[in-house]
Design a protein around this ligand. Structure first.
Ligand code: NA7
Length: 507
């Protein structure tokens, strides 16, 4: 078995995203693996949510526990990989010119991993420091500096909150105002943690049969059947309890489906902004104009940050960034913000960003880049027609959830499938094109039942200029997703082709 990682150690997302304030917004008790009871029992944490250093430490412990590190070749990029129809093997080439061959190719290239760093005129002449949150170097100290930050997604809001008290001045360059609810982060004592541990069997059963897999029971109440005043009370309770996914999915079952209920939720948050932010003009700029249907955000007192004297807000939708100057950023109006450092919290080329960087070739030399020219589409979020024995962990059209339980579900399915292949003496497995098309259609149908496609976000590739808008996720929930995986297995993999024979193609 060969394991490769571009990083110098394990950790993935949590290796790269070391920016100030980096925190998971999934609760600590379920932002972990469930497959090892002993590992669960050993778990310990301080607060309701885990910080980046805690998650990285956890992942390092997991790597040690299963002795994974010794199998890894770190600091190594895969530059190309192709399926050889003559031998039934995948051939892999690294950036060091090394080659390897294997029957199975499993990719874990990351869902939100290829960084999106927009270019701006004059950026090379800027004399200050530039950072991207997704490739944050060690040892950065921004205290006492004039800092600019571009981006107000999940990442940007965490950085803004963490840096505001440290820096001399923070200028936030906001393109889209965001709906942000409180995260509700508080210490968790040993008794609470022990209660989770004592109930882990039930907890994981619930998580794996739920939709978003965040460790709470999703509401079955339709907000549309509830009078507005009552909705308000439910939203207020959720605001006090904290959690972005809780606010969207634990309140009512149609916040992301019904225009009316979505508007109620949005208006509730807008009223909070007006109450929290003292300067009405800043409050106006912070108030979103679109529907509440992006990945739900949460943080501790996000809007309150803008009451600080050392934080200013530049609305770059109204007054776009014209260029970087040697001293900072100049807006179209001519206003120049002098900055010692600029942070790009501009997100990722989600889902396929890392795949299209690699020359991946399947049967007949077809490249993944060509196959995904109209957007990344796949079967069960793991497989591709014409790419036999290739399994993608968190590939396109996989579930949109708290990720550890979803990737565990996929890894279990991949392991079972490979075990079946080996037990049955099979050489290759790949989905039929019909099965893949049907799955993609299912994903599209489900997405269109929700309001998510109506908001511009990375979920549909809208954040990358020129990227085709595509339904890249299965929004049917983890429970239903797991049932789909189970039925593929139960049917004897009838949606798959085994041992497909084709004329050998020289690649
Ligand atoms: P996001 O959610 O994609 O946010 C990126 C932010 O950067 C967002 O506010 C963008 O504005 C902004 N952006 C991107 N390009 C530009 C340019 N050219 N000019 C100005 N502003 C820009 O990325 P995150 O890292 O915060 O989070 C991604 C996911 O990772 C997150 O949801 C978690 O699941 C983990 P926009 O909204 O597009 O107008």
């Amino acid at each position: 078995m060969g394991l490769y990682d571009n990083a110098s150690d394990v950790g993935g997302t949590w290796y790269w995203n070391r920016y100030p304030g980096a925190l998971s917004d999934t609760e600590s008790f379920c932002y972990r693996f469930s497959f090892d009871k002993e590992l669960l029992d050993q778990g310990s944490w301080q607060t309701r949510y885990l910080t980046q250093p805690e998650i990285l430490e956890y992942l390092n412990n997991v790597a040690d526990r299963f002795d994974l590190r010794s199998s890894y070749q770190f600091n190594t990029k895969i530059v190309s990989t192709r399926f050889d129809e003559a031998t039934g093997l995948w051939h892999v080439v690294t950036d060091k010119g090394e080659t390897a061959s294997a029957k199975y190719l499993i990719t874990g290239l990351g869902l939100l991993s290829a960084i999106n760093k927009p270019t701006f005129c004059g950026i090379d002449d800027y004399a200050g420091d530039i950072y991207h949150t997704g490739a944050w170097p060690e040892g950065v100290d921004l205290s006492g500096k004039r800092v600019g930050i571009i981006g107000t997604g999940s990442t940007g809001i965490q950085v803004i909150i963490a840096l505001a008290p440290q820096v001399k001045h923070l200028t936030v360059f906001q393109r889209s105002a965001q709906y942000v609810v409180p995260i509700g982060n508080w210490p968790e004592d040993t008794e609470t943690i022990d209660t989770y541990k004592a109930n882990y069997d039930e907890i994981w059963k619930q998580i794996k049969s739920s939709n978003v897999a965040f460790g709470f029971v999703e509401s079955t109440v339709a907000g549309i059947d509830v009078p507005e005043a009552e909705r308000e009370c439910v939203f207020e309770e959720a605001w006090q309890r904290g959690g972005g996914f809780r606010f969207m999915f634990e309140t009512f079952n149609d916040v992301a489906i019904s225009d009316e209920v979505n508007t109620s939720a949005a208006n509730f948050i807008k009223r909070k902004i007006a109450k929290i932010v003292k300067d009405p003009e800043i409050a106006r700029k912070l108030t979103p104009g679109d529907i509440y249907a992006k990945r739900p955000l949460c943080a501790t007192d996000y809007y309150g940050v803008y009451n600080r004297k050392n934080v200013s807000l530049a609305d770059v939708k109204d007054d776009p960034i014209a260029e970087f100057t040697t001293r900072g950023i100049r807006l179209a109006s001519g206003i120049e913000h002098e900055l010692d450092a600029v942070i790009f919290a501009t997100g990722f080329d989600a889902v396929d960003g890392n795949y299209t960087k690699i020359d991946i070739r399947g049967r007949g030399g077809v490249t993944i880049r060509d196959k995904w020219a109209d957007g990344p589409l796949g079967y069960l979020g793991m497989m591709e027609a014409d790419f036999p024995n290739m399994f993608m962990i968190l590939g396109p059209n996989g579930p949109f959830t708290n990720l550890p339980p979803s990737l565990e579900s996929q890894v279990e399915w991949i392991s079972d499938t490979i075990a079946t292949m080996e037990a049955d003496g099979r050489s290759t497995i790949e989905p039929t094109q019909e099965a893949e098309d049907a799955w993609v259609e299912t994903c599209r149908t489900i997405a269109n039942m929700t309001l998510f496609p109506k908001a511009e976000s990375w979920i549909f590739g809208a954040n990358i200029p020129g990227k085709k808008n595509a339904v890249m996720f299965y929004l049917g929930g983890l429970g239903n997703y797991r049932s789909e995986l189970q039925s593929v297995r139960n049917s004897g993999y009838e949606s798959m082709i085994f041992d497909r024979q084709t004329a050998t193609t020289a690649l």
